[in-house]
Design a protein around this ligand. Structure first.
Ligand code: KIV
Length: 273
């Protein structure tokens, strides 16, 4: 592993993530969708930046992740890539850009890599997308899997409740994780499943397993940055730890600005030419 002065890797690659799992070093992952936020997250030292299709919710205000397009994902991803020095950048293939068609999955992935400069793609699903994963990998593009609660299938699930609590679904999830590993995925995200099941998956597969609402006995954690910074307010699942209350902080700053403009206090003499 090549290291900087501080002893942390200079540039995170999929191989570095595998070494981290092998050594028991936890992997940190956060979403980012724009240049300014990605620059802060990268400077703070996060290992993986996910340009998630959660941009559909937190950036565009849609109710689900389904409406975001491939062009929009590429726009977000290219903004993120311009800001980063160290983190691995993974981009979600959006709904409609890969399901049921491995050729389209490859074409979409090539567009993401070529037009944004990102380092890997992420797809939701298990054995049913193995053909697409193999085809994407045949072009040399690293693939991250995503199992458990897969938001692009929300209309099939009907709700955002915890997945794989029943034995049958839990068994299928373990089989799917093995299939993703076998197909060549470099890592798997597990979303909103029982902690014991996530632990079992992390022990079963050799590749890194990154959890969101999947307990602490996995190889790393991911959160949506707007949620962990407290910019979003209405979303508060049990697994979410808020590290700030930026909604209140930004709102009161804007209120102060409005007050200063209205009163004529801003700009003052030092703030003009
Ligand atoms: O889109 C996203 O932000 C994600 C994470 C929740 C893992 O897929």
């Amino acid at each position: 592993m090549s290291t900087s002065k501080k002893g942390s890797p200079k540039r995170i690659t999929t191989h570095v993530l595998q070494e981290m799992k092998n050594k028991g070093v936890k992997i940190s992952m956060l979403t980012a969708y724009d240049y300014s936020m990605a620059g802060i997250v990268d400077a703070a030292g996060v290992d993986v930046i996910l340009v998630g299709d959660s941009a559909s919710n937190v950036m565009a205000g849609h109710e689900t992740t389904l409406p975001i397009t491939l062009d929009q994902m590429i726009y977000h991803a290219s903004s993120v890539v311009r800001a980063i020095n160290r983190s691995l950048v993974v981009v979600d293939l959006p709904f409609g850009a890969y399901q049921g068609n491995s050729k389209e999955a490859l074409t979409s992935s090539i567009r993401i890599m070529k037009e944004s400069g990102a380092h890997a793609v992420k797809l939701e699903g298990g054995s049913e997308i193995v053909e697409s994963i193999e085809r994407i990998l045949s072009a040399g593009i690293p693939v991250m899997g995503h199992l458990g609660l897969t938001p692009q299938s929300i209309y099939k699930f009907g709700t955002y409740v915890v997945r794989a609590k029943e034995t049958e679904e839990a068994k299928k999830l373990i089989e799917d994780a093995k299939a993703l590993e076998e197909a060549g995925c470099f890592a798997i995200v597990l979303e909103k499943i029982p902690a014991k099941l996530a632990q079992k998956v992390a022990e079963t597969v050799k590749i890194p397993v990154i959890g969101i609402g999947a307990g602490g006995d996995v190889d790393g954690q991911v959160l949506v940055i707007h949620d962990m910074l407290g910019i979003t307010q209405e979303f508060s699942p049990r697994f979410l730890r808020r590290y700030n209350d930026l909604y209140s902080s930004i709102k009161s700053s804007v209120e102060n600005y409005i007050e200063d403009v209205k009163s004529g206090d801003f700009p003052n003499e030092k703030e003009q030419y």
